[in-house]
Design a protein around this ligand. Structure first.
Ligand code: F6P
Length: 345
């Protein structure tokens, strides 16, 4: 078969593991040929390709990012997007497409497969871990590792100066990174978008941690909101045509640090983790997960199981409908958040 492959949306560690496994199994077991599309759906729209064979994927397992490049381009936002996608697939005589992406990229894939008959399968990746029906997405474990290692470092400097250290992590609409890294790093409190927080309560926790002679670490998601509903967006950009129109986040951590200082009189500093969470080498788990997803994605192609996505369920790689996996977001379960709250304050 001739198979096109693209990686779309925010990059994350582990994408190359997926590509490597798809190509190795496809070429070795099924005698497939591959066409890599540059920069997500944009490469399909513009017919920009990258060589993708066993030589191209050799040595890429420990490499972060994606050898194909990535953008948030959504072809369905353009009037002629669908025709251009179809045109490119026909020009390359492709029998199938493998789409590695987050909710937005896979949402496009679901519509192309179900509404327009495009033969494709999806693989879920995002540091946010917010895709339903899979226990984990590729990239999440590495991001949690980076955030946890940072929290460990911040503990020592917070203790030396008796300061509050606020750590803003990514996650967009889901607090998974904050919850996992906050628990693993022994945070004084964890603030997530699913649960608007009381600044008063946060200040109480901070003060109680100082009374216990420890310096508090406050972990906050980039989309967490105070109960009053205020949030500071750092950027307000107009996206180019076809790009994802979502606002860029960040700022709530700085805002909270200032509020804590004002209300408690304690010195506070904010660290915004930002893109370090998405950069660098994938963790062993993400290499393992990306590899397994890649192996199962190429099997799904050969089974003609169009419109499906690989999913980790327990230790098993399952196939779920892309439409089901992209119709909603997987947010933090309130019961899991309650577990963590025992350590607040
Ligand atoms: O979706 C992954 C993510 O890293 C979010 O956690 C974050 O809010 C966003 O992407 C940042 O996106 P961009 O790369 O467009 O700045």
């Amino acid at each position: 078969m001739r198979v096109g492959v693209l990686t779309g949306g925010s990059d994350c560690p582990g994408l190359n593991a997926v590509l490597r496994a798809v190509v190795r199994k496809g070429a070795q077991v099924y005698d497939d040929e591959f066409v890599g599309f540059r920069d997500g759906w944009r490469g399909v729209l513009r017919d920009e390709t990258v060589p993708l064979d066993i030589t191209a994927v050799r040595g890429t397992l420990p490499r972060g990012g994606t050898i194909l490049g990535s953008t948030r381009t959504n072809p369905l936002l353009l009037d002629d997007g669908l025709d251009r996608v179809r045109g490119t697939l026909a020009r390359h005589r492709l029998d199938a497409l493998i789409v590695v992406g987050g909710t937005a990229t896979l949402g496009v894939a679901a519509r192309l497969a179900d509404d327009h008959g495009v033969p494709l399968v999806g693989v879920p990746k995002t540091i946010d871990n917010d895709i339903p029906l899979t226990d984990r997405t590729v990239g999440f474990d590495t991001a949690v590792g980076v955030a946890t290692a940072t929290i460990d470092r911040l503990h020592t400097t917070a203790e030396s100066h008796k300061r509050v250290l606020v750590v803003e992590v990514m996650g967009r609409s889901a607090g998974w990174i904050a919850l996992h890294a906050g628990m693993a790093g022994g945070a004084n409190c964890i603030l997530i978008p699913e649960r608007p927080f009381s600044v008063e309560k946060v200040c109480e926790w901070v003060e109680s941690r100082f009374r216990a002679t420890y310096a508090p670490i406050v972990v906050i998601s980039d989309s967490a909101l105070p109960e009053s509903g205020e949030i500071t967006l750092r950027h307000d950009v107009t996206p180019p045509p076809g790009a994802d129109p979502r606002a860029r986040l960040s700022g709530v951590g700085e805002w909270l640090g200032r509020e804590i200082e004002r209300r408690t009189g304690k010195e506070a500093r904010t660290t915004v983790l930002g893109y370090v969470q998405r950069g660098g080498s994938p963790s062993p788990f993400d290499r393992w997960l990306g590899t397994r997803f890649g192996l199962h994605a190429i099997d799904a192609v050969h089974d003609g199981d169009w419109g499906t996505m690989t999913a980790l369920q327990g230790n098993r790689i399952a196939r779920v409908r892309l439409a089901d996996a992209t119709s909603t977001l997987k947010t933090v379960d309130p019961a899991q958040y309650e577990e963590a709250s025992v350590f607040f304050g």
